[in-house]
Ligand binder design. Structure first.
Ligand code: SF4
Length: 181
């Protein structure tokens, strides 16, 4: 191998190690923005208590400005009326950013099969981690948080693109994403 080739491979090695170091640092310094709309908020608060201690995952300090946050926690039912606000909050967050759907209402609309409720927030914004449950137990939330940390450490982003979730092809949603924009 030429010395030029050797230089390039050592540069690649350094870039890979730098990415790994950044991923490791990011996964333990999560600044979350809680977008809380409904009853799941009670369980969200329970998860933040000392008994479950989100701080040990580096995620215990919520920010109330989207510009200072890198993980958006969407907690509770999202109506079509509030959907443009959610989209705006997401757009105001800087990259890199991640989204957690907390509770079955945010994942799919849950049992709210009506004209007013968004059938899953991934029809509006991309979602990285889905935490189902009505509401999810704090243990489920911590499990989702650990999975999110693994994605952050790998530098991974959304696997399900906006508006095309892993749902069955015949899943019906009453409104298109354009409804909210
Ligand atoms: S998933 Fe259940 S607990 Fe959570 S917001 Fe919906 S109805 Fe409320």
């Amino acid at each position: 191998m030429s010395s030029f080739g050797a230089d390039l491979s050592s540069l690649n090695w350094m870039a890979t190690r730098l990415d790994a170091a950044l991923g490791w640092a990011r996964k333990f310094s999560i600044f979350q923005y809680p977008f809380v709309t409904a009853c799941c908020g009670m369980e969200y608060m329970a998860t933040a208590t000392s008994h479950y201690d989100m701080d040990r995952f580096g995620a215990g300090f919520p920010r109330f400005s989207p510009r200072q946050a890198d993980v958006l926690f969407v907690v509770g039912t999202v109506s079509h009326k509030i959907a443009p606000v959610l989209k705006r909050v997401y757009d105001q967050m800087t990259e890199p950013k991640w989204v957690v759907a907390f509770g079955v209402c945010t994942c799919t609309g849950g049992f709210y099969d009506n004209y007013a409720t968004v059938r899953g927030i991934d029809t509006i914004i991309p979602v990285d981690i889905y935490i189902p449950g009505c509401p999810p137990r704090p243990e489920n939330v911590l499990d989702g948080l650990i999975k999110l940390q693994e994605k952050i450490a790998q530098g991974a982003r959304v696997t399900v693109p906006q508006g095309s979730s892993a749902r069955p092809a015949d899943f019906e949603t009453p409104h298109t994403p354009e409804t909210h924009l």
